[in-house]
Design a protein around this ligand. Structure first.
Ligand SMILES: *Cc1c(COP(=O)(O)O)cnc(C)c1O
Length: 371
């Protein structure tokens, strides 16, 4: 079997057409009409009034935190099991990340652990929908009302996912997406902020574009970033949006095929296929080695690589990140589920171009390695 990479994006003729159209029009910067068209089309998909396209999902989180004026002295509650982008946005703003553990069944933040972490300093809860299933968000909305705190919703892995009947990305005061090539739709690099509030949207647009002023260009009252997206990327995005439904459907098929093949393996913990509010869209197909199994994820990943199978480890928890531990942060804090997930979790090829034969091959090899 040829090498099976962990992801290959699905890009076709429509993308080519849109890109050629964009190149021929000469509008290749962020000034082209494709950017606002992409923003409009995407924000409609997730029932939001405003969309602000940016250069990455990470950029979207930086802007989200800044747009809510979160800064020194503030705290933001988030799952320790998340990508560095989430904590980086909070830390760079001068605020403090306050952590909660995740669950071993849906792999999302433990919603019941949030309330005890709320303090007078809490400004926001950053919800990170993880690996295909949404966070149980209704109780978090209750908390946000009760304590008057914002919700930042990181929906980077959730294009096309719903919580009950509402799209993911429709719940935050600000919600963010990524269009990195391993997401359900891609623009190569890219991201999107969505919200319903005009002044928040204006602020995001300003922060994206260096906080240039209308009155006098090059005079700044605030610092922003150049987090603009190009029209070339937006053109890709416009084509990709038309694939969203079928991409999600295929991702579900891939996930369910892996699940059916592996569910009986006693050495594996798999993410729930569904919850009472959603059906897994399998951003990636991940697995956690049961603690009875005497080797960790690293070992299994090396073995799979020898068999031409690409893998990636799970997120590394925030409280174990050297960049924060070196500052003496999170000392003595333990989040046992997240630690298990980090050391014993990995994911296998999950891209949209994967064939069923490749999935079965991967499963066969996993079964051989794990017994
Ligand atoms: C991919 C991802 C991001 C970052 O997106 P980039 O576009 O790669 O910067 C942020 N949060 C989560 C949960 C992600 O999966």
């Amino acid at each position: 079997m040829d090498y099976i990479p962990v992801n290959t994006p699905l890009i076709g003729d429509l993308e080519k057409e849109k890109l050629i159209e964009c190149i021929e029009s000469g509008w290749i910067s962020s000034e082209g009409p494709q950017v606002s068209e992409f923003e409009n089309n995407f924000s409609k998909l997730v029932n939001r009034t405003y969309g602000i396209a940016v250069s990455s999902g990470t950029a979207a989180l930086d802007i989200a935190v800044a747009a809510l004026s979160i800064g020194a002295g503030d705290e933001v509650i988030l799952p320790t099991f998340s990508i560095i982008s989430c904590s980086a946005a909070i830390v760079r703003a001068g605020a403090k990340p306050v952590l909660v553990d995740s669950r071993l069944d849906d792999w999302n933040m433990d919603v019941e652990a949030i309330e005890s972490k709320i303090s007078k300093k809490t400004k926001a809860i950053m919800v990170v929908h993880t690996y295909g299933l949404p966070v149980n968000i209704n109780p978090i909305i209750e908390l946000s009302k009760k304590y008057g705190i914002f919700i930042i919703e990181d929906a980077a892995e959730m294009h096309g996912q719903f919580y009950f009947n509402e799209p993911c990305g429709s719940f935050g005061d600000i919600s963010t997406f990524s269009f990195y090539p391993n997401k359900h739709i891609t623009t190569g690099e890219g991201g999107m902020i969505v919200c319903n509030n005009k002044s928040i949207s204006d602020r995001c647009k300003s922060l994206r574009n260096l906080c240039f002023q209308k009155e006098q260009r090059f005079v700044h009252k605030e610092l922003g970033w150049n987090y603009r997206i190009t029209s070339l990327q937006a053109s890709l995005g416009l084509a990709q949006i038309t694939r969203l439904e079928s991409n999600v459907q295929r991702k579900r098929e891939i996930g369910m095929r892996y699940y059916q093949n592996l569910r009986k393996n006693k050495n594996l913990i798999l993410q729930m296929t569904e919850t009472k509010y959603s059906q897994n869209i399998y951003w990636v197909f991940g697995m956690i080695l049961n603690e009875n199994f005497d080797k960790d994820a690293k070992h299994v990943m090396v073995e799979l690589n020898k068999l031409n199978i690409g893998t990636r480890p799970f997120f590394w928890p925030i409280h174990l990140q050297p960049v924060f531990m070196n500052k003496g942060w999170f000392k003595g804090e333990r989040y046992s589920n997240s630690e298990i997930m980090a050391k014993r979790g990995f994911y296998v090829p999950s891209g949209l171009t994967l064939s069923n034969d490749q999935i079965d091959y991967v499963c066969e090899k996993i079964s051989t390695i794990l017994g």
